[in-house]
Design a protein around this ligand. Sequence first.
Ligand code: TRP
Length: 356
Amino acid sequence: MSTATATSSADASQRRSADLEAAIGADPGAFRILTGDRPTGPLHIGHYFGTLANRVRLQEAGVELMVLIPDYQALTDRTATPALPENVFGLVADYLATGIDPARATIFAHSQVEALNQLMLPFLSLVSVAEIGRNPTVKDEIAATGSAVMSGLMFAYPVHQAADILSCRANLVPVGKDQLPHLELSRVIARRFNERYSPGAPFFAEPDALLSAAPLLLGLDGRKMGKSLGNSVPLRASADETARLVGKATTDSQRVITYEPDRRPEVSNLVLIAALCRDQDPAELAAEIGDGGAVALKAAVTEALNDRFADVRTRRADLAANPGYLRDVLAEGNERARAIAGDTLDEVRRLMHMTY
Ligand code: TRP
């Protein structure tokens, strides 16, 4: 895809997202969201402001929320599987601590929902190898590792994601721009399945991307914030750890603090973190700190984070102390997801004349 095409389709998705927000407001019950996070480490403040807070908002608005922990995708990330249980239950604790309500939402894991994974087989038959190879995420991975080393599962990962979404019959997927090509492939697969096996009465709805308005946070070192890069503040970090992490953050040599993301990305990012925590305008917050310099800025960021996340952290510690409860929540979510994906697969097999 050319840059111009990518930009215009992102613009179109942005406009579509505004329409979708209006439709959600009018009839939240018409939407089922699927979202998820790879179990590769604890969630951090970037996840919170980028997506978790938005999920909770949509849940509170009355949309049905399904949260997938794609543990098979962790294989594509080459995460060693012995770390999976800790990472998976860590995510469940992060979700519940930030307000995802297990009575309304369904939290489940890839590996526990057989029908979801089986749906990948007919879906693989609906796309060509060349088409998958054009997916930007897959292309990047081929460029990084070389196709000779890339696993078949990694190559097929966008198709797996289509199975995630369509097995749940989700019609809304909150994403960042980087995930738009995956959504597009899910739509193509839904369309082709309908054309081939259910002409006249479309079986799968084409899922929509819901782009969030959230600003992208950088890591504390000014690079992309990443779970495993040591440049984020995990939600579960203590007040002292937070102070230590923020203390190490990169700033610049200009004393007066301003909010100028293009010219001063690292300082502006710190200002933005504090502003998001305090629900304040970043330029106003920067002006308050003024010539207090980096020391005052870091103190303000630390305090803002510790205030904002105090309750989340207390809840998370309580949850972590109760592994039996986390296990029950996931088991119930898996059960619900199995019922939904199982029904989908039954229908798919019926439409494909595979009932004997
Ligand atoms: N691919 C997503 C990521 O890398 C995680 C994911 C897997 C996902 N399946 C999904 C997200 C289905 C939304 C819907 O973060």
